[in-house]
Design a protein around this ligand. Structure first.
Ligand code: ACO
Length: 309
């Protein structure tokens, strides 16, 4: 017989109400959330690196201020998400240790290098655009603290996407060389952006259960399709070509058809063998070690305050 707690949990989810930290929840639900939220938090933190690479070389003070604010926002997103994972009983220090030890994943997209300044614009447009597509539905995810964190994250991601698109618009109205730089960057980032949505539904081990629990509100392929449909008119307005000869409007489906994603490349990057995986994790490890004195000082101060009370 099903327990009263499980009945209540299922009713909460079915009614589209939020599950809160103190509510009873199945162990699998908790574990899935910790896995997804931790991966998401790690992505925000590791995601600071590719763009951080351009802060000191931004072409004007205005662009530098925008980029600094954006990279700082990503740190904030990581912190809200770690805090959301903590409400499920996860230990933040342990999550970081797992990331550094390569035992927890982060988004594949951040393992690609940022080779030109146009990459800052293209990451804003495509990578943050894909992130919004994936994360707006997460504002309605069934776990309360995650859903609420997503509202603010999505507002900030919207700003990120627009700054990227505006940057590209500026470059596209510049010189021939600047336009070529944008096109070359789009050619490199388009396919990895499509990979951000995860494996095809048929190979997605977690989607079915996560949809039943309403952690995920759409499947990987549904969101990928939405992103392609959204990006095509934006690319046309910008004046760039998306690097896919099979990309064509299908009136019958009411969607764009597109070419096959290189899933071998995707799994290679996910398993740690992408162009920058080692560098990203090493950089994170060093930052964590360099920050040890801050954590030690904060802990000592907290202990002193506690003793004085
Ligand atoms: N990069 C790295 N790993 C991935 C990716 C990706 N793009 N897509 C899927 N995977 C991993 C999954 O984490 C899962 O691994 P695990 O079972 O060992 O944990 C495995 O591949 C199979 O994938 P799915 O079963 O489809 O996994 P899931 O149901 O978790 O769906 C998705 C993946 C769509 C990324 C989901 O976790 C999600 O929506 N996460 C929240 C958003 C997020 O993390 N965004 C990060 C990038 S955006 C940004 O930071 C700006």
């Amino acid at each position: 017989m099903q327990s009263r707690e499980l009945d209540q949990f299922e009713q909460t989810v079915a009614a589209d109400h939020r599950v809160e930290p103190r509510d009873w929840m199945p162990d699998g639900y908790r574990a899935t959330l910790v896995r997804q939220i931790a991966q998401h938090a790690h992505s925000e933190i590791i995601g600071m690196q590719p763009e951080g690479n351009w802060i000191s070389r931004a072409p004007s003070l205005r662009r530098k201020a925008i980029l600094l604010a954006k990279v700082q926002d990503e740190a904030g997103h990581g912190l809200y998400l770690y805090a959301a994972a903590e409400t499920l009983g996860a230990d933040r220090a342990e999550l970081t240790e797992k990331l550094i030890a390569g035992r927890q994943k982060y988004s594949s997209i951040f393992n690609y290098p940022t080779l030109t300044y146009a990459d800052v614009g293209v990451i804003g447009w495509l990578v943050d655009g894909a992130a919004i597509c994936n994360q707006v539905p997460l504002c309605r995810t069934s776990y309360g603290p995650y859903a609420r964190a997503m509202i603010r994250v999505c507002k900030e991601e919207s700003f990120h996407q627009r700054q990227g698109y505006e940057l590209l618009m500026t470059m596209m109205s510049g010189t021939e060389q600047q336009r070529a730089m944008v096109q070359e960057s789009v050619d490199r980032w388009w396919w990895p952006s499509l990979m951000m949505f995860g494996p095809p539904d048929a190979e997605s081990s977690n989607t079915e259960q996560s949809m039943l629990w309403r952690i995920k509100r759409h499947t990987n392929d549904e969101l990928r399709q939405r992103f392609v449909d959204m990006s095509v008119p934006q690319a046309a307005k910008l004046g760039v070509t998306l690097p896919d000869p099979h990309l064509v409007w299908n009136a019958e489906r009411g969607h764009h058809d597109f070419g096959e994603i290189d899933w071998t490349e995707f799994w290679q990057v996910v398993k740690g063998d992408g162009p920058c995986n080692a560098q990203r994790v090493e950089h994170r490890r060093k930052a964590h070690e360099d920050g040890a004195w801050v954590r030690e000082a904060a802990t000592a101060y907290a202990r002193k305050k506690e003793q004085a009370a």
